[in-house]
Design a protein around this ligand. Structure first.
Ligand code: AMP
Length: 192
């Protein structure tokens, strides 16, 4: 089973992806994590995307599609959870073609619904927690970058809701509940 977790920054996609990995043996593919890894290891691509990411803008379709293509060739598991990908219509088209070419398909798209106020609280909270724990704080987890990230989401990513609704793959869950409540809602959607 291959699924997409779709939702704005702070919706809880990463948290729910890790739960699905534990419970179902699925494999999380997060382009955000892949890009951060490229930055840490100092690759040319990592350096190229650093400023764009910190500002909260989207990196090019070409780069993220390339990352996913590479992972699909190597990763194994009980299905993929796409987290933070696709974020544009071009990426959605590319994902469809890539899965097709591997003889696979998309089984569900989970739209995690939350409101902007909660997102700001969660992201600012995430930064504070990291700071307290002596962990590195994401450079884009500040109010200024978050505004841009939200605008990017509404302009470029939210059209995917219509795209996947039309394809018949979409289920919406309430992302405002407790972590295990949201997990249960996602599980129900996947099993129905
Ligand atoms: P995330 O960890 O998903 O919040 O992503 C962090 C940042 O990485 C985003 O704000 C973008 O700059 C970049 N990024 C991650 N995934 C994508 C994607 N699918 N398309 C374009 N940019 C992305």
């Amino acid at each position: 089973m291959n699924i997409i977790l779709l939702g704005p920054p702070g919706a809880g996609k990463g948290t729910q992806a890790r739960i699905l990995e534990d419970k179902r043996g699925m494999v999380q593919l997060s382009t955000g994590d892949m890009l951060r890894e490229a930055r840490t290891s100092g690759t040319e691509m990592g350096q190229k995307v650093a400023a764009i990411m910190d500002a909260g803008e989207l990196v090019t379709d070409e780069i993220v599609i390339g990352l996913i293509e590479e992972k699909l060739q190597n990763a194994q598991g009980n299905g993929f959870i796409f987290d933070g990908f696709p974020r544009t219509l071009a990426q959605a088209d590319a994902l469809g073609q890539l899965l097709d070419s591997h003889g696979q398909s998309l089984d569900a798209v989970i739209e995690m619904q939350v409101n902007d106020e909660v997102l700001v609280d969660r992201i600012v909270g995430r930064a504070e927690e990291a700071r307290k724990a002596g962990q590195p704080v994401r450079a884009d987890d500040n109010e200024e970058s978050l505004k841009i990230r939200l605008m990017e989401y509404y302009k470029k990513t939210s059209p995917l809701i219509g795209y996947y609704y039309h394809a018949g793959d979409l289920s919406a869950v309430n992302g405002l509940g407790e972590i295990d409540e949201v997990a249960a809602e996602i599980s129900n959607a996947l099993d129905s």
